[in-house]
Design a protein around this ligand. Structure first.
Ligand SMILES: Cc1cc2nc3c(=O)[nH]c(=O)nc-3n(C[C@H](O)[C@H](O)[C@H](O)COP(=O)(O)O)c2cc1C
Length: 339
């Protein structure tokens, strides 16, 4: 736990170009999870300074594709909003960048971190870590195409033998990138092992643009400790927000000197029901059920009987059935808590 003095000395905002990001705790982009519904639900609780769309392939921003996948849909209440693109052809990604700017993005982020073979196989995501000259061409093309600030999200390198996060960071800064977010694992690690935040500190020392750390932040106190220890300008939270969507609010409370909100089983069930209701309203039927399936594994990860409820939700045939499963699961905990 940080002392009052330490809390007061932490940075509480950073700038991405002309955009002031405050607080400096942000929601990590997560494909399949951080759609407009999840982003709004997080933002409404407070404490989150910036959200991002899921990664979108630069080849999929035609009006027809946008109507099909809805990945770049958003509401004004989500601002400031980052839209994230993946791609490796400078002209194509520059054209997509112009579309994203027209759609109303405040910030454009380029993904050079996604480890999925589906993405790297096409030369996108972390694959660009193996070809920095090409990454440089992509970043410069995008930077020249739009007025909005361009940021980069990247990993520490392709594998432990080719760690190039410092070179990547400097290359991005030279290309005019306005801020960096580093998930300090390698592509080969995917999500195994742990995120080495000393790499975030090293990048912070190497460049003069804001540096955000992303990886393994699961607890509000830990988020603040990482901010202190790494010297980063901000902290980005992904899976920790799926498990504990209150984490941003809790961080803000700790900073204000208030005890952080501790969600009860009733609060957790209420969150899931609200989330499901929004999904049902905005994407009825199967997509809504699929959204719940994406979230549930991480949401219940530390709860007793997690694997049972995860399987039950995953095998549900309807949202109604999943709702029944969740109510039955949480009910005994709620009764115990209120007895
Ligand atoms: C389900 C899932 C989807 C993700 N999708 C994206 C994505 O679309 N774009 C991106 O830059 N990173 C993506 N990431 C990586 C996260 O943004 C983050 O950097 C990483 O999960 C480490 O942070 P965490 O430990 O807080 O989750 C994804 C991660 C997960 C778990």
């Amino acid at each position: 736990m940080l002392t009052r003095e330490e809390l007061d000395s932490l940075p509480d905002h950073y700038h991405v170009g002309h955009m002031r990001i405050a607080p400096n705790i942000t929601l990590a982009p997560m494909a399949g999870v951080t759609d407009s519904i999840f982003r709004r639900i997080i933002l409404r609780m407070g404490g989150c300074g910036l959200v991002s769309t899921e990664m979108t392939n630069a080849a999929s921003v035609s009006p027809k594709a946008l109507r099909r996948h809805h990945l770049l849909d958003f509401y004004p209440e989500e601002r400031p909003l980052t839209m994230q693109l993946s791609g490796n052809e400078p002209d194509l990604i520059a054209a997509a960048a112009r579309t994203v700017e027209q759609l109303g993005a405040d910030i454009l982020d380029i993904n050079c971190g996604c480890p999925s073979p589906k993405i790297t196989g096409g030369g996108h995501g972390a694959s660009l870590l193996r070809d920095l000259p090409k990454m440089g061409r992509v970043l410069r093309a995008v930077r020249a195409a739009v007025q909005i600030p361009v940021t980069l999200k990247f990993r520490a390198g392709w594998d432990e033998q080719s760690l190039n996060f410092l070179d990547t960071a400097k290359l991005a800064e030279d290309a005019g990138v306005a801020a960096l977010a580093l998930h300090p694992r390698t592509r080969e690690q995917a999500y195994k092992g742990s995120a080495d935040w000393s790499r975030v500190s090293a990048v912070k020392r190497a460049v003069s643009i804001p540096v955000i750390g992303s990886g393994d932040v699961k607890d509000a106190h830990d988020a603040l400790a990482r901010l202190r220890d790494s010297g980063a300008d901000g902290v980005m939270i992904g899976r920790g927000a799926m498990e504990n969507p209150w984490i941003f609010m809790q961080i803000a409370q700790i900073r204000r000197g208030e005890p952080p909100f501790q969600p009860t089983p009733a609060d957790k069930l209420d969150f899931l029901l609200r989330y499901m209701a929004m999904c049902e309203e905005e994407m009825p039927g199967r997509p809504a059920l699929n959204k719940l399936k994406q979230l549930i594994g991480q949401f219940v990860v530390d709860l007793p009987g997690a694997s049972h409820v995860r399987v039950a939700v995953h095998t549900s045939l309807s949202l109604e059935q999943a709702r029944g499963t969740l109510e039955a699961y949480f009910e005994p905990f709620i009764e115990t808590a209120t007895a």
